[in-house]
Write a protein that binds this ligand. Structure first.
Ligand code: GLC
Length: 443
């Protein structure tokens, strides 16, 4: 397989682990509240679910006890029904919008012990817990952590199962890569009515051109309002939320989490049948639900329309991370899309990998949040997927590019695929943490 994604102008010496370590430590320390590490100092001052997973992985390279502390902080917010929420307000309100009170999740019988949002996010923490255990010295409370993960993944496969497939349904883009063009496609047919009063605060620290458009943000608020008026009842939401999708990206990470949960269960001598059931069911239904043989892409599913969302974004590659593609499907994804300069590969209109939406998509926008910019976490997931399917040259090229972006522009939230220029929030924790993980992996 060609390694044609190598950037011609890369510095001859790549950042090493030793170069990065002091910078990563400083960034994570500056974001550390003692209880959890903030995704970024000003833009995201609370605990975010999958950010904590990435952060724990970075920490594990130099401070394993602190990594476990991050895991416990996240799981301490688990709801009575098993959900682990997407934002956790350990320290109450801040300048961030929405504040905890906006969600109206306090006092719910199925809710949690700490103020939180009402949605969840990708269960990336399970693969990270496995990685931490593999480093040795597992903590005495590992069986408790395992039970918490088991309850959450059971919730993902049951409370959010619309059709017996066990594929999780999402009710809000904030549960996944949120401002993605594929969700705008759903938003085209949602009209917000009776919006509650609110004031956005996400554009105080970041250029509005790099943040969601006003019309999309209105829909975010409208969906929160619908859910809170219905007491965050999953059965109600399953029937009535106008946004109800099965996301290739989310379902792939969940499947990887199931595999890693099984690994933990076997190690702890726990029963395997239930987890095996989720794993085999997903393997059975995944391609049937998501694979479009005509286009050679995995496409998200709109549960309300019973139809694919015909939008080509980085999500199409994530089954590689989970081992859910056949070798032939992988070959088509790489040859027809990854290496295609109209879509993802460098060409006259972009130099860097990986744009988060295909460059020829209607809503591709190289500076706007999730509509095109490069994210370190996406590159990290892709790197693992490429390795899993034997694309070693492409994986190495992606790893080097990501380190080169970090070397040039620091730990930013995202980067412009045209020239690599830095975008979004600064001192971004997972870019630091996963940058360190990249630097720790030599070919
Ligand atoms: C943004 C991202 C989301 C992330 C959060 C905190 O909302 O879209 O994925 O978890 O920021 O970094």
């Amino acid at each position: 397989m060609p390694s044609n994604n190598w950037h011609p102008d890369l510095p001859p010496k790549m950042l090493t682990f030793e170069d990065l370590l002091p910078r990563v430590r400083a960034c994570l320390q500056a974001n550390d509240t003692g209880v959890f590490i903030k995704p970024s100092p000003t833009q995201y001052p609370h605990q975010w679910n999958w950010d904590s997973a990435a952060i724990a992985l970075g920490l594990s390279h130099y401070d394993l006890p602190r990594a476990w502390h991050e895991v416990r902080g996240l799981l301490s917010a688990q709801w009575a029904d098993g959900m682990v929420p997407h934002i956790i307000y350990h320290h109450g309100e801040s300048a961030y919008f929405p504040p905890p009170s906006f969600w109206q999740t306090s006092g719910l019988a199925h809710g949690g012990p700490i103020e939180s949002s009402g949605w969840t996010q990708e269960p990336l923490i399970t693969p990270v817990v496995r990685a931490l255990v593999e480093k040795g010295n597992p903590p005495a409370d590992l069986p408790i952590i395992f039970q918490q993960l088991l309850r959450w993944q059971r919730w993902l496969h049951t409370a959010r199962d619309a059709d017996g497939s066990g594929l999780t349904c999402l009710f809000h883009p904030w549960e996944t890569s949120d401002n993605s063009p594929r969700w705008m496609h759903v938003f085209d047919r949602i009209t917000p009515v009776n919006l509650p009063p609110y004031k956005r605060r996400d554009m105080q620290h970041v250029d509005p051109a790099e943040r969601p458009r006003a019309e999309d943000y209105e829909r975010y608020i409208y969906l929160i309002d619908l859910a809170r008026r219905n007491k965050w009842d999953n059965a109600w939401m399953m029937k009535h939320m106008p946004f109800c999708v099965q996301d290739v990206f989310f379902c792939s990470i969940t499947h990887r989490a199931d595999e890693d949960l099984r690994w933990l269960a076997a190690r702890l001598n726990q029963p395997l049948e239930e987890i095996d059931g989720w794993i085999s069911r997903t393997r059975r239904v995944f391609s049937e639900r998501f694979w479009d043989e005509g286009r050679g892409l995995f496409l998200d599913w709109d549960v309300r329309l019973n139809a694919w969302l015909p939008v080509n974004t980085m999500a199409v590659f994530t089954p590689l991370y989970a081992g859910l593609a056949t070798q032939q499907q992988a070959e088509r994804l790489i040859r027809e899309h990854w290496l295609n300069p109209q879509e993802y590969a460098p060409g006259p209109d972009s130099e860097w990998l990986l744009p988060t939406a295909a460059k020829n998509e209607r809503d591709y926008s190289p500076r706007r949040y999730w509509c095109g910019p490069i994210w370190v976490i996406v590159n990290w997931l892709m790197h693992q997927g490429l390795l899993r399917y034997g694309y070693h040259d492409l994986a190495e090229s992606l790893r080097m590019q990501t380190l080169a972006l970090i070397e040039r522009h620091g730990f930013r939230e995202y980067y412009d695929p045209r020239d690599g220029s830095p975008l979004g929030a600064k001192d971004f924790a997972w870019s630091a943490a996963l940058g360190l993980d990249f630097a720790s992996q030599r070919r």
